[in-house]
Design a protein around this ligand. Structure first.
Ligand SMILES: [Zn+2]
Length: 229
């Protein structure tokens, strides 16, 4: 009997791990058109008063358009930063309202409310509201998928990420370029976070050199996705 309970428990544990991994790969956009020389930079978790202005300065200096996956409540707290993001030619997409780390385990109705509240905040800045959504940490569960689909949105994750999320960098800044390099391909979608501007400072020049060497061009994520369809 104990062996059976243990077996069922292990099976459940395996499902909790494998279902999001399967959905991550099968139900999200992770790359644009492989035959077109475009690439997109996406920046999660902002806007943040400490890092967003420095990131925006860097993007302006290197002429890189970016797509900011913003958190609704942070946009409400930092409207001037949102305006600056928009005015400088970048775009804003939905990364939940309160960034709950257990989003994938929440009910569909809760996830829908997180999506809708943030779409409304974006709309309040009088910009076109995109239909792009990135779940917290990119984790997709069946309720996340149902919630996103019911609102007519698409999940966009990434080709390569810098592993720079959370409060601290988990690795040296030099490793960021190593991780991001895998995404420097046609249709590549790169992910960095809006809380470690020093990390971006350390990789942006290398990124730009590599992008030029490969004859790729930066475009907004909405343009990259459009060219894919
Ligand atoms: Zn996030």
């Amino acid at each position: 009997m104990f062996a059976l309970i243990l077996f069922v428990f292990c099976l459940g544990l395996l499902a909790v791990v494998l279902i999001p991994v399967y959905l991550f790969y099968s139900q999200s956009i992770r790359r644009g058109d492989k035959n077109k020389p475009f690439i997109s930079l996406t920046i999660d978790d902002g806007p943040c008063p400490d890092s967003t202005p420095i990131i925006l300065d860097l993007l302006k200096q290197y002429r890189i358009p970016a797509t900011f996956f913003c958190v609704g409540e942070k946009m409400q707290a930092n409207p001037a930063l949102v305006m600056r993001i928009i005015q400088e030619g970048h775009e804003i997409a939905n990364h939940t309202y309160s960034h709950p780390y257990g989003l994938a385990f929440k009910k569909e109705s809760f996830i829908v409310s997180e999506i809708l509240k943030t779409q409304a905040v974006i709309q309040s800045f009088s910009v076109p509201v995109l239909t792009l959504f990135r779940p917290v940490a990119g984790v997709i569960s069946p309720p996340v998928l149902r919630a996103v689909r019911s609102q007519g949105l698409q999940i966009v994750n990434w080709t390569a990420r810098a592993y720079d999320g959370g409060k601290k960098l988990l690795h040296s800044k030099d490793r960021m370029f190593y991780f991001l390099r895998a995404g420097l391909v046609s249709g590549g979608i790169l992910l960095i976070h809006d809380n470690h501007h020093l990390a971006l400072l350390s990789v942006i020049e290398k990124l730009q050199l590599e992008v030029q060497k490969k004859q790729l061009s930066w475009v907004l994520l909405s343009q990259l996705i459009k060219s894919r369809i």
